[in-house]
Design a protein around this ligand. Structure first.
Ligand code: SER
Length: 865
């Protein structure tokens, strides 16, 4: 075995092949270009696909390379093993219609045994099922004993870029190195011995082209594509057990150790996280350097997930600071000599990754706070509802796996089915919404308009009516139209504030706007009905909003900010906005808090905000940089996207928040503020609704009318209402008591009559019209008459059904439920089992007489009274 450093191995590889007529070709980028290519460059051969397919003529017949690769297909496993990586390098040599099987195998053998110094007696080979030719070469030309050449199927010995997808492919032969009995039982790679027999080189005989229908056709020439996992080979050469201990990955692991304070190989759980950090550091650095940006789709999304996964594992190990700078810098240190582009892009890569980490950390902290509060209410063995995991995921970008990991630390599992159901429901809703609005097509039109004309100028902070030009009038699916103007006073729904309504009038027509939303970011979409004539693109129009409505909205919006501040004053800083709705007639504010607000707390909040209003402090609403906004301590609503220039709203001396809505000019403009409801909308999330401006006055008036009407009904002055109601309540109670006593008396009288019909001390009688409770009371009264041992009464109450009650004296020798057991079945009901009092309810009144006859028989009485 020839000990080599990473740089020495790369050099030795290229030298060997250059000496044998190959052109050393630099690694291509990680974003591949050929139509058949996977998302990321996943093999040395990617850049040569046009040569294999005969689409381009190769400038050389033989090539060799050290290629950077990313494979994320098994990312879930990465970290849990010591073999899997998302970033790796692949050493390769290639023949384009030049040497084929024999040439490739001979070169591989020579390099393995002579340059790398592998012991030929420990090399094994596998060939594709029917590849007699390759087996022959191994056996006769190379001299490998027959038992060290094994045959394997498609999964192992047939290679294609993406399984089953179009592109060049072919059978392969793989070289394995026997690491010795200490790594596992003998038997070769074909017998599952992957730990002991380490695959270190794959030679593909590229001779087929997989067609879109799945069939194979011959390529114009027979080619060779070989790939040797660089990290594995390095581990073998450096005599270490795993790829994580080479001079490439060990420094990255050390960096992860430094950042987390955990030593590798002391705790298996921590090791997983450390390996993930070490592996992902390279993937992240290389991807960003090659031009991939974190985003929500395609490559960017994969990158985002990888960054988040690395950060999450650092977070799990308790890291509070940023990890991105060190991980990126260490990667550049270790890999920069072989990949100089990393050194060039280092600052930029660091910025991009740090920005993404900061974003995700905020998510993590926010989500953790919410999750912890939820978990505090659960105990070991409990299940966290899927809906909670969903809200964390949906609103806070908190991944399900993280929720699961944190929950697991407290012995709590997550209802995955519930989570999946919520996700499915959300997808369904989104689809419906899109369908309902014919949204996909429209969305595209709006994006085009945005591209063509830029964002709509918003004039609605200064004026309620503006002259504007029509840019487009689009038909909506529901018969309405969407009007796009170059400038508009209409506020488009955002930040909880509803969209404006109003009119758009041109020389030829008039439209009534019933809602205003964004068609694309920055492009205002007026949803309207054309009520007169028509409006055409290019026309001058007057766009006017409903000013009273907007004024009411403004008052409620600024009131929302004051309430947010006052809630924090009264309840504490844990109060955080979770959502809001600002409409003309009311405002709604959702916030984190753990218990219902008391009447006293509500009053204090109301007093605080109204005091601010009465002080008539000025309101300042201005644009500034995000940095400045942070300096002045503006509260940002998490989940909103803010650009580099933000609007800050200072609502009086205490409330400073980022807000793009519309607001009053001074707090006095708001008028009175009144909270009208308070409740829970999820655990630890409260919702208040409030009104302002004319709202409280209207409400006061309605309540006044209500009081006056009630006073009138009671025939008293409004001021005496409470006293009068108290008197009435006492009166009603006295009357009820009296009525009850009378009923009892009447019942007792009837009990005497019934007792007189007793035979042998037993009364069996039908008492129709009484409900079950009345029958029961009567039965007990009969039972207590002198000389009575037991009584069974049956009734067909007015409401339907049958009630039967059996009551006996303790010393009577009778059994209450046995007396009516059979009868209960006859009336199609069931009876209680009690010995002294049994009540049966049934469904069939027509059977009541027969049932009572059965009771008499059971009691040994004549069956007819
Ligand atoms: N393309 C083959 C592989 O990736 C050989 O280079 O394994």
């Amino acid at each position: 075995m020839n000990r080599m450093t990473a740089n020495q191995l790369r050099r030795a590889w290229l030298d060997f092949f250059e000496e044998r007529g190959h052109t050393a070709v630099p690694s291509s980028g990680l974003i591949p270009h050929h139509p058949t290519a996977p998302l990321f460059t996943n093999a040395g051969m990617n850049q040569f696909v046009p040569y294999f397919l005969g689409e381009e003529t190769p400038p050389y017949r033989r090539a060799a390379s050290v290629q950077k690769c990313v494979r994320t297909g098994d990312i879930e496993i990465v970290g849990t093993t010591t073999r899997h990586l998302t970033f790796f390098e692949m050493l390769g040599n290639f023949s384009f219609g030049d040497y084929f099987k024999e040439g490739a195998i001979k070169l591989a053998w020579e390099l393995s045994t002579e340059v790398l110094g592998f012991d030929g007696d420990r090399i094994w080979a596998t060939v594709y099922l029917d590849d007699d030719e390759a087996e022959e070469i191994w056996h006769h030309t190379i001299g490998l004993p027959a038992e060290r050449v094994q045959r394997l199927g498609e999964a192992d010995n047939f290679w294609e870029m993406q399984k089953g997808q179009p592109g060049p492919c072919g059978p392969n032969t793989e070289l394995y190195y026997d690491r010795g009995p200490e790594y596992g039982p003998e038997g070769g790679p074909a017998n599952g011995g992957e730990e002991r027999y380490l695959e270190f080189w794959n030679l593909v005989f590229m001779q087929y082209n997989r067609q879109p229908d799945g069939s194979l056709t011959d390529l114009p020439s027979r080619n060779v594509d070989t790939g040797a996992g660089f990290d594995r080979n390095l581990a073998l050469l450096q005599g270490v057990d795993t790829v994580f201990e080479t001079d490439v990955l060990r420094p990255l692991l050390a960096c992860a150790e430094r950042l987390t304070g955990h030593r590798y190989a002391s705790d298996e759980r921590a090791d997983v996280s450390l390996r993930i950090m070490a592996d992902h550091a390279r993937t992240i650095t290389f991807l960003v350097s090659d031009g991939v940006f974190p985003s929500n789709e395609g490559r960017g999304y994969v990158l985002r997930r990888i960054i988040r996964r690395a950060v999450r594992h650092a977070y799990l190990l308790g890291v509070e600071g940023l990890v991105a700078p060190d991980l990126v810098d260490t990667t550049v240190e270790v890999m920069g000599e072989a990949y100089p582009e990393l050194v060039k892009n280092q600052g930029f890569v660091r910025d991009v990754v740090v920005h993404e980490e900061e974003r995700f950390r905020r998510t993590l902290e926010q989500g953790t706070t919410i999750l912890d509060a939820q978990l505090d209410q659960l105990g070991e063995g409990d299940v966290l509802p899927g809906s909670v995991a969903f809200v964390l995921h949906d609103t806070h970008g908190f991944p399900l796996e993280l929720t699961q990991e944190i929950a697991a630390e407290r012995g709590v599992t997550v209802d995955e089915e519930g989570f999946a159901a919520e996700m499915a429901e959300q997808r369904r809703r989104a689809k419906e919404a899109r369908k309902a609005e014919g949204a996909d097509e429209l969305a595209e039109r709006f994006s085009e308009l945005l591209e063509q004309f830029g964002p709509t100028e918003f004039t609605g902070r200064e004026e309620y009516e503006s002259k504007a030009r029509v840019l487009a009038v689009l038909d909506d699916a529901d018969g309405a139209v969407s009007i796009v103007l170059d400038r508009t006073p209409f506020y488009a729904e955002a930040g909880g504030q509803v969209g404006d309504t109003g009119t758009i009038v041109s020389e030829t027509g008039r439209a009534e706007v019933f809602d205003t939303v964004y068609g694309a970011p920055g492009l205002v979409r007026h949803r309207a009905r054309v009520v007169e004539g028509k409006l055409d693109p290019g026309q001058e129009v007057t766009a006017s909003i409903d000013g009273d409505r907007r004024d009411a909205i403004r008052r409620n919006h600024t009131a929302t900010h004051l309430l947010h501040w006052a809630l924090r004053e009264v309840l504490g800083d844990h109060v955080k906005q979770q959502g809001s709705l600002v409409a003309p007639d009311r405002l709604r504010f959702d916030f984190s808090h753990y218990e219902a607000l008391s009447a006293e707390e509500i009053a204090r909040v109301e007093d605080l905000v109204n005091r601010e209003v009465l002080a008539n402090h000025p309101v300042r609403h201005y644009e500034t940089t995000r940095e400045h906004a942070e300096q002045v301590g503006a509260i940002a609503f998490f989940g909103e996207k803010y650009g580099d220039i933000v609007r800050v709203l200072e609502a009086g001396p205490h409330s400073t928040e980022l807000c793009g809505g519309t607001h009053v000019r001074a707090l006095g403009d708001i008028g009175p503020i009144k909270i009208v409801s308070e409740g829970s909308i999820g655990s630890n999330i409260r919702r208040i609704e409030a009104i302002s401006g004319f709202g409280p006055i209207d409400r006061l008036r309605r309540e006044e009318a209500c009081i006056n009407r009630a006073a009138q009904l009671l025939g008293v002055a409004a001021d005496d209402l409470v006293e009068a109601v108290e008197r009435r309540v006492a009166e009603v109670k006295a009357l009820r008591d009296e009525l009850k006593a009378l009923k009892r008396q009447a019942a007792t009288g009837r009990a005497g009559e019934l007792a007189a019909t007793a035979v042998d001390g037993i009364v069996v009688a039908r008492v129709d019209g009484l409900d079950r409770d009345a029958v029961r009371d009567l039965a007990l009264a009969v039972r207590d008459q002198p000389g009575i041992r037991g009584v069974v009464l049956g009734s067909a109450p007015e409401g339907g059904g049958v009630a039967m009650v059996s009551a006996v004296r303790p010393d009577s020798g009778l059994h209450a439920s046995e007396l009516i057991a059979e009868a209960a079945r006859t009336i199609k009901g069931g009876a209680g089992k009690h010995a002294e009092l049994a009540v049966a309810g049934g469904k069939d009144p027509s059977a009541l007489d027969a049932a009572l006859a059965q009771v008499r028989a059971a009691a040994g009485l004549p069956t007819v009274p």
